[in-house]
Design a protein around this ligand. Structure first.
Ligand SMILES: [Cu+2]
Length: 165
C-alpha cells in the first residue's frame, strides 16, 4: 500500500513538475495577450462627437477641478465610458452629482453611458469628469487634453479649454 501510494505521489509530482513550466509560460503570456488582442481590433475611433469641452479654472491653491462637455453618440449602440485620463491630474474620475434631503454631493461611478444616438451632457451640478490632484496650476484660456475610455477599450481624445465659470 505504502509503496503504491509513494509511486503515485512520485508520478503525480513528476507530472506536476512537467506541467509547471507550461503553466508558468501560459500565465505570463496569456494575460497580456488577452489584454492586448482587444486593442488592435478596436483601432477605430469612438463614434462620439464632443462639443463645448471645458475645464473649470480654479485658484492655484485648489487642487481639484472638473471637466464638462456634451458627448453625442453617433452609433446605434449605447457607449459606456469607463475611465478618464489626463497628464494634468493624479486622479481623473467619473462622477455624478447626488441630491438627498436638500444636500448636494458627488459620487464616483464606474461608468457613464452615452445613449444610442443620444447625448450625455457633463455639466456643473450633474455628471462630470473630476480631475483630482492637479499637478500644476491651470491657465485660463489654455487647451488641455483628456482621454475618455469606453468599455470596449476604444478611446476618445478631448481638447478642453480652461474657463472661468
Ligand atoms: Cu466631482
Amino acid at each position: 500500500m505504502t509503496t503504491s501510494r509513494k509511486t503515485l505521489t512520485a508520478a503525480g509530482l513528476a507530472a506536476l513538475l512537467a506541467l509547471l513550466p507550461a503553466l508558468a509560460s501560459q500565465s505570463t503570456h496569456a494575460a497580456p495577450a488577452s489584454k492586448w488582442t482587444k486593442a488592435p481590433a478596436k483601432t477605430q475611433p469612438l463614434p462620439v462627437t464632443v462639443q463645448g469641452a471645458t475645464v473649470a479654472a480654479v485658484p492655484p491653491s485648489i487642487k481639484d477641478t472638473a471637466a464638462y462637455m456634451t458627448l453625442t453618440n453617433r452609433s446605434k449602440q449605447p457607449i459606456k465610458l469607463v475611465g478618464a485620463a489626463t497628464s494634468l491630474a493624479a486622479h481623473p474620475m467619473l462622477m455624478i452629482t447626488t441630491r438627498s434631503g436638500g444636500m448636494m454631493g458627488m459620487k464616483m461611478v464606474p461608468s457613464l453611458t452615452i445613449p444610442a444616438g443620444g447625448k450625455l451632457t457633463l455639466h456643473r451640478g450633474g455628471d462630470h469628469v473630476m480631475l483630482m490632484g492637479l499637478k500644476r496650476p491651470l491657465k485660463v484660456g489654455e487647451t488641455v487634453t483628456l482621454t475618455l475610455t469606453a468599455e470596449d477599450g476604444r478611446t476618445l481624445k478631448v481638447s478642453a479649454t480652461v474657463k472661468k465659470n
